[in-house]
Write a protein that binds this ligand. Structure first.
Ligand code: FAD
Length: 372
């Protein structure tokens, strides 16, 4: 309840009481990038009530990402961190979401690794007999797409890889949240938060906790600015090939850059890594670096039809950041997905929900307590 407080025409202060209806939720989620979307849906699946607050104009990372997932680190040919644990949870989450939303956005593809040195082949074959081998094809191809790709030393494939069409995923969930009255489309103003030990109120919405998922914009959040982010800008281009020069849609080419087929003979090519310029503006240098690398991979002409940039929420120790604020138990964070939001978010959203709801401790490697 609050007083109207306006001056009436007769000059006295109005004392009519107006009632402002308080909406009560279990959780408020700030941000609807990959992290906020996956966390909100994980909570909804547990029967929790959720309000997602998002201003989509504030960060582009999730929207422009290629959305690739790859269980192999190419430099050393080893499994990427927790790949065996992350992949089944990721598969369940995105395929379940496709069913729920009746849309396809999660695609299995093979990543074609083009060899650049003769001894890479022997190393690859040796690795197929090690733990990482479950993700590596045992076949070396000598002539894969050699009318389009420079491929003199052959190639092989990473199996159980693919991509999430992040734009489709985010917009399908945005519609779903809006239909279920779970979405407030505006910039969250931090000075409007009223915080107690076990609740948080934002304007006329109240929840037992707010979990911040603002990606790199966390640096504007007065409660979590101290977290050890080391942000990385990334640029990505979209190209078109001429008819007759198609790369199959279920293959992603990797040789210095990746080439991800989108359909209609268009492809995303990326990405750059830059630590000094942290604006979301695409640059001529970013574009020409990608074109130079691309010219070393494909033999056929291409046209650049789009060019975008975003900031990855990367962390000093390259691990996600999850947990509760050391002084304010009603404030939490789910961030630091870095270069691998697609693979990491489903597994760690589940872990955070288990921590919040069932007191199951967080993995110390991701718990923000490590940043003290
Ligand atoms: C060029 C490029 C290529 C990439 N390729 C891949 C890839 O192939 N595979 C992969 O897994 N990852 C990739 N990534 C990384 C991936 O984009 C990130 O891991 C992921 O997007 C992080 O998601 P997020 O939800 O934490 O943050 P964000 O995507 O930044 O989302 C944050 C959301 O919160 C909103 N927001 C912020 N502040 C507020 C506020 N105060 N009020 C309301 N809303 C707010 C923002 O507008 C945004 O919607 C790539 C990144 C880039 C830049």
């Amino acid at each position: 309840m609050r007083l109207c407080g306006k001056k009436c025409s007769v000059g006295t202060t109005c004392i009519i009481r107006t009632f402002v209806k308080m909406e009560i939720y279990d959780y408020i989620i700030a941000g609807q990038g990959i992290a906020g979307t996956v966390l909100a849906q994980t909570l909804l699946l547990q029967g929790k009530s959720v309000l997602v607050i998002d201003d989509p104009a504030l960060s582009k990372a999730s929207k422009i990402a290629a959305g690739l997932y790859n269980p192999v680190v190419f430099k050393r040919l080893v499994k990427s961190w927790l790949a065996d644990e992350l992949i089944p949870v990721m598969d369940d989450f995105y395929t379940g979401s496709e069913k729920l939303l009746n849309t396809n956005f999660y695609f299995k593809k093979q990543i074609v690794k083009i060899f650049t040195e003769e001894n890479e082949k022997a190393f690859w074959l040796k690795k197929t007999n090690e733990e990482v081998g479950r993700y590596l094809s045992k076949t070396i191809q000598d002539d894969f797409l050699n009318t389009i790709i420079y491929n003199p030393l052959g190639s092989s494939e990473v199996i159980h890889a693919g991509n999430l069409d992040t734009q489709k995923f985010l917009s399908a969930f945005r519609d779903h949240f809006a239909k279920n009255n779970c979405l407030l489309e505006e910039k969250l103003e931090y000075d409007q938060l009223q915080i107690t030990e076990n609740s948080v109120t934002y304007k006329n919405r109240s929840a037992s906790k707010i979990i911040f998922c603002e990606g790199f914009k966390v640096l504007e959040n007065p409660y979590f600015q101290w977290l050890p982010f080391k942000l990385t800008k990334g640029e990505i281009i979209t190209i078109q090939l001429d008819a007759g020069n198609e790369i199959p849609v279920d293959k992603v080419i990797n040789k210095g850059v990746f080439i991800l087929p989108l359909g209609n003979n268009t492809y995303k090519v990326g990405a750059t890594y830059e630590w000094a310029d942290l604006t979301e503006m695409p640059t001529e240098k970013g574009k020409s670096d990608l074109i130079d690398k691309l010219n070393k991979v494909i033999k056929v002409p291409f046209t650049v039809i789009d060019h975008q940039a975003g900031i990855r929420p990367t962390v000093n120790d390259r691990r996600p950041l999850l947990g509760i604020h050391p002084q304010y138990p009603a404030l939490g964070v789910f961030n630091g997905m870095g270069t691998k939001g697609v693979m990491l978010a489903p597994f760690f959203a589940k872990q955070l929900v288990n921590f919040l709801e069932n007191n199951i401790p967080l993995d110390p490697e991701v718990d923000l307590k490590r940043c003290k």
